[in-house]
Design a protein around this ligand. Structure first.
Ligand code: AHR
Length: 363
């Protein structure tokens, strides 16, 4: 396999550098190095797998958990060297990081892309250098899928559909006319798979069930922006009774804004409460928010990709071909059992009611 060949070449080059250094020292009159020591040096380097991880940023609790999962997995005691570059939400920074990894001749590149488009050139460069690229979390939209080795992440479109279906079932169960549902959508980073899938799920639901979708405003997946956006939405649309946040950090910001405006967060929307729906469900803090009905619905998004990426790397190391696309399984959570389960595309999903027992599963 071309990529594997390049990786071995890379490691051999490191070994050659060490050996050249040893020979040079020898020339200066240093003690001769025995063959046994040469072998030890070679073995050490041939076992290390160097991974360059271009993380898109640190905008959310989900992202922190995702980075940590990579760090916890790719440890030096297991023979890995992980180089993490934080893109600070800028695609240009991520492109720079990938070019740096190519120069460093890493064995694998792992890319968590900020948005879907704009990767063709740099991925072609990685391919030309023979470095396998594993995409995690969001997807890339490239003209040629051979530009990356495989992808692991969430089905964001399914997450959006689950949320929409839950809202419909909730309205039916509570006898709420669908046209009385006035929704504001605080979107994620525009052009990110998580934003695209979740926004589309809501738009399709609004069209299908006749909800009043008042506004769609980018919230960049951050708490600060979620708060800022919610403050202005409340002024512009006093009739909002559902806020659909495309991640939990936005939801935390929106809750702050709603409560500071003297309004109540909750699911009694016909009595003036504003119901918060969200995505991620990664931390204990968020689980508490669900338990207290501050967030009534939360579609889980799994950030723990480290071991999954490792499994793909181990397959590649063994000369095998990993699946091109691997979707992770995700749960859905609610404050109560108003909607015990829901169906999307002929599959049934049960809704987990968050209790103090559920909290124990989270950090
Ligand atoms: O791409 C995954 C999304 O990105 C998560 O929902 C969000 O919290 C993160 O910033």
């Amino acid at each position: 396999m071309g990529n594997k060949m390049n990786k071995l070449t890379n490691k051999k080059r490191l070994v050659s550098i060490i050996l050249a250094g040893v020979l040079l020292l020898g020339g200066c009159g240093a003690k001769e190095v025995s063959n046994t020591e040469d072998t030890v040096a070679e073995d050490q380097f041939s076992e290390e797998i160097v991974i360059g991880f271009s993380q898109l940023g640190a905008e959310s609790d989900w992202r922190t958990a995702n980075t940590q999962s990579m760090k916890d997995t790719f440890t030096s005691d297991k023979g890995y060297r992980l180089i993490v570059e934080d893109g600070q939400q800028q695609q240009s920074n991520q492109i720079m990081a990938i070019r740096k990894f190519i120069q460093q001749e890493v064995d694998y590149i792992v890319l968590a892309p900020v948005t879907e488009t704009g990767w063709d050139t740099v991925l072609q460069e990685a391919k030309d250098a023979g470095i396998p690229v594993i995409i995690v979390d969001r997807q890339v939209d490239v003209s040629d899928e051979s530009l990356f080795t495989c992808w692991i992440g969430s089905d964001f479109s399914l997450e959006g559909k689950k949320a929409a279906e839950w809202l419909h079932q909730f309205a039916v169960a509570k006898d709420i006319p669908e046209s009385d549902i006035h929704i504001a959508n605080i979107q994620g980073t525009i052009g990110a798979s998580a934003q695209i899938g979740r926004t589309e799920g809501l738009q399709e639901g609004a069209k299908k069930y006749g909800w009043d979708l008042l506004a769609e405003v980018p919230g960049e997946f951050t708490q600060a922006k979620g708060k800022e956006v919610m403050e202005s939405l409340l002024k512009e649309y006093p009739q909002i009774n559902v806020v659909y946040c495309e991640n939990d950090n936005e939801a935390l910001g929106a809750i702050e804004a709603i409560e500071s405006a003297g309004k109540t967060v909750g699911s009694d929307i016909l009595q003036g409460e504003i119901m918060v729906m969200s995505f991620d469900a990664v931390t204990k803090n968020i689980m508490r928010c669900i338990m207290r009905n501050k967030i009534t619905f939360d579609a889980g998004c799994n950030p723990h990709h480290g071991p999954r990426v490792e499994a793909q790397i181990q397959l590649l190391e063994a000369g095998k071909v990993p699946d091109m696309f691997s979707y992770v399984e995700e749960r859905i959570y609610s404050y109560d059992a108003t909607v015990p389960s829901l169906e999307v595309d002929n599959n049934s999903y049960s809704v987990t009611v968050v209790t103090s027992k559920t909290l124990e599963e989270f950090k």
